[in-house]
Design a protein around this ligand. Structure first.
Ligand code: CAA
Length: 284
């Protein structure tokens, strides 16, 4: 299989721009695509800020920062974004209809050699792959927030994903400095299924008045050495993202994943966590 030189990342949100950043730092040419210029501008600003942080901590040098920025370009045009891609990583919202529509478009516009990946955190890679018309080259590449810092890459093997595609995903993981696990396609994979359960239970505890948000978080931070408590983490991930995952897992796996009413209410109120300025905590 050809070495991955050109990457198209679809979606410039938190995950998309993080993925674009680490590919660009690893020396790949990256086209970041979103549906509106303002999303792209916000994504590029996020990349700039993160590269500055990495530079100030001496995790990268100035030349790497410059080279990474030079490797990045943006567009709102999907066919143009993917026309030269060896790898396409989709990081659009967690809605199956949108993913299916995107992978149908990739069938038409991406080169036949390209590996087609989804950053979905819980949806069926097999179902997404079916829309592409060539499911053997479709794989889940599930990254973690903040993408430049978190070491794990969860590679998800759909029912028809070929071994060649999994091998290419492993090689890509190494190039972008991640450690991979390979899991079979099952709702919530190996990560989200456990991760959202902890967050979900923390929200239920808050609802029933067990303790304050700060104390529930402190319990896990100091008592279990989690880097951040489950409510603070839900704010980081996004309450809307967590709700979408829970809704899906509730449908697929049953009652234990029923989303707490408080979570749904907060999403309805626009309290989405860090990105909206308020979730279980307030942010400036
Ligand atoms: N870009 C670059 N550097 C960053 C960064 C970013 N976006 N975010 C944090 N950093 C760096 C900081 O500069 C700092 O560097 P040093 O260690 O060199 O000082 C380091 O990361 C730690 O950051 P902070 O000191 O600001 O804060 P912290 O020590 O509390 O760490 C954290 C922050 C890395 C987010 C840590 O709290 C943590 O690991 N939290 C858990 C995150 C997690 O569980 N993520 C998975 C979420 S689930 C998901 O993403 C999947 C899904 O499907 C929804």
């Amino acid at each position: 299989m050809k070495k991955i030189e050109n990457v198209a990342v679809l979606g410039a949100g938190t995950m998309g721009h993080g993925i674009a950043q680490i590919c660009a730092v690893a020396g790949m040419k990256v086209v970041l695509r979103d549906i509106a210029d303002e999303h792209l501008e916000r994504g590029m600003a996020g990349i700039s800020k993160s590269l500055d942080k990495l530079l100030s901590k001496e995790r990268i040098d100035a030349a790497t920062r410059e080279a990474a920025l030079a490797n990045l370009s943006t567009t709102t045009d999907l066919p143009q974004a993917v026309e030269n891609a060896d790898l396409v990583v989709e990081a659009i919202p967690e809605k199956m209809a949108l993913k299916v529509e995107t992978f149908r478009a990739l069938k038409e516009h991406a080169p036949e050699r390209a590996i087609l990946a989804s950053n979905t955190s819980s949806l069926s890679v097999t179902e997404i792959a079916a829309a592409s018309g060539s499911p053997e080259r479709v794989v889940g590449l599930h990254f973690f927030n903040p993408v430049p810092i978190m070491k794990l890459l969860e590679i998800v093997r759909g029912l028809s994903t070929s071994e060649e595609t999994v091998d290419a995903a492993r090689a890509f993981s190494e190039r972008v400095g991640k450690e991979a696990i390979v899991v079979n396609d099952f709702p919530g994979f190996a990560t989200s299924r456990l991760g959202v359960m902890l967050g979900c239970e923390a929200i239920r505890m808050l609802e029933s008045g067990v303790a304050s948000a700060a104390d529930i978080d402190k319990a896990m931070e100091l008592g279990y050495r989690h880097p951040m408590g489950p409510l603070r983490l839900t704010d980081l991930v996004g309450l809307d993202v967590r709700l979408a995952i829970l809704d899906h897992l509730h449908r697929e796996l049953g009652e234990q994943f029923r989303p707490p009413a408080l979570l749904r209410q907060m999403v309805r109120a626009g309290k989405l966590g860090r990105k909206s300025g308020e979730g279980f905590y307030r942010y400036d």
